[in-house]
Design a protein around this ligand. Structure first.
Ligand code: GLA
Length: 381
């Protein structure tokens, strides 16, 4: 039976509430449950895929924007809470401006002056962030309907999402076929595997824009969360948040997260980079071999004891502290999200790479396969 739009919305609200509530999720067999979530204005169906692993951890993913809408993780006493911000309805996701939980493409973060050159040709993109292009333009991958397929893998329940982006969509060249597999492993990891191919040279930088609050979505701000980022350098930006091209040492700056440090410890320091970002909204240059899977970050929330570790094959990490949240968006369960209600750990190539010859290349040629993996691992101590 197909639920109506509103019923599906209400249902997801109940799910979100259940995740925030007391009862630990029943442990048992891993499963994928598919249920209707809502309808697009053209009538196409959006579904919610709920992945449950052996430990009872759950991830809810919709095929609108491939968004992670709920993620129930245990605290140190085994109590589950939903640790990602989000909305209660499809309409909510279609309207909110923050990219909650969504897949980002074709280009995660900014491309300066909304233009780039590739193989001698200049491409012009939509300006949706001042003079620049942010997160793939006006209708990036976060606003697209993906084709979904449930999968059960040796590592845990999974859902595969596919989207074919037409040649010229949002100004980017090449017909691009993107596939994203979300697996909720039995080791309490949300693993995201991205692959893509193109029929013409293009640029590509895919990521996920989940907003985490390890105390629970809607429970206070992020300032007490302690963060470690495995990076000795970051990429400073100009007022428009476009990298200047410099790789700057974090040592002696508020950007040094080489040891676990509370987000709130230095966020209000008198620092030009923090002013430009209204807080942290920067790309860290990860200490790892290009393309190899390695640890990017760790976050610890002292009250709940929840720990998030981020592993990735990507060379960069955009650590964003929810500086543009302002209480105007009312999220799951009717809770408004104020500034710094959560943080994002967007694994990626560096912003504006198509215009920065010294940054690792984001070009994808026809015949090549784009392949990156990011894992968000949850535990408690
Ligand atoms: C990224 C950007 C931020 C902001 C958010 C979405 O993290 O770097 O500046 O645009 O996405 O609100």
């Amino acid at each position: 039976m197909r639920y109506s739009f509103l019923a599906a919305g209400a249902l997801s609200g109940v799910l979100a509430f259940a995740c925030l509530g007391q009862a630990p999720v029943k442990k048992g067999n891993p499963s994928v449950k598919m249920q209707p979530y809502g309808k697009m204005p053209d009538g196409s169906e959006i579904d919610l895929y709920t992945l449950t692993n052996v430990a009872g951890m759950q991830a809810g993913i919709i095929n609108y924007g491939g968004a992670v809408v709920t993620l129930a993780a245990p605290d140190k006493s085994g109590k589950f809470a939903d640790v990602v911000l989000g909305m209660d309805t499809l309409a909510g996701y279609m309207q909110e401006p923050n990219y909650f939980g969504a897949l980002i493409g074709r280009y995660g973060n900014r491309i300066g002056h909304a233009t780039f050159k590739l193989e001698g040709k200049t491409y012009t993109l939509p300006k949706n962030n001042g003079e620049n292009t942010l997160h793939g333009g006006n209708a990036g991958f976060d606003k697209r309907v993906w084709k979904a397929r449930e999968m059960s893998t040796a590592n845990g329940p999974a859902v595969e999402l596919t989207y074919v982006s037409k040649d010229g969509e949002e100004g980017f060249p090449g017909t691009l076929t993107a596939k994203v597999v979300y697996t909720l492993t039995d080791a309490n990891e949300l693993k995201i595997e991205y692959t893509a191919t193109t029929d013409k040279p293009t640029v590509l930088n895919l990521t996920n824009h989940s907003y985490f609050n390890l105390a629970g979505a809607g429970v206070g701000d992020n300032l007490q969360h302690q963060v470690m980022i495995n990076a000795n350098q970051f990429t400073p930006v100009d007022e428009g948040l476009i990298p200047t091209g410099e790789l700057k040492a974090v040592k002696g700056t508020p950007f040094d997260f080489t040891k676990l440090t509370a987000i709130g410890a230095r966020i209000n320091q008198d620092d030009q980079q923090l002013k430009f970002g209204k807080g942290y909204d920067h790309n860290w240059v990860l200490n790892k071999r290009m393309g190899a899977m390695g640890k990017a970050a760790e976050v610890y929330e002292p009250k709940s004891g929840r720990v998030l570790e981020v592993f990735t094959t990507e060379p960069g990490l955009q650590f964003y502290t929810g500086n543009f949240l302002d209480g105007s968006v009312t999220g799951k369960g009717g809770i408004a999200y104020p500034m710094r209600a959560a943080f994002c750990m967007e694994t990626q190539h560096y912003p504006d790479s198509p215009n920065q010859p010294k940054f690792p290349s984001t070009e994808l040629k026809s015949g090549q396969t784009y392949h990156t993996v990011t894992t968000y691992k949850f535990s408690a101590r």
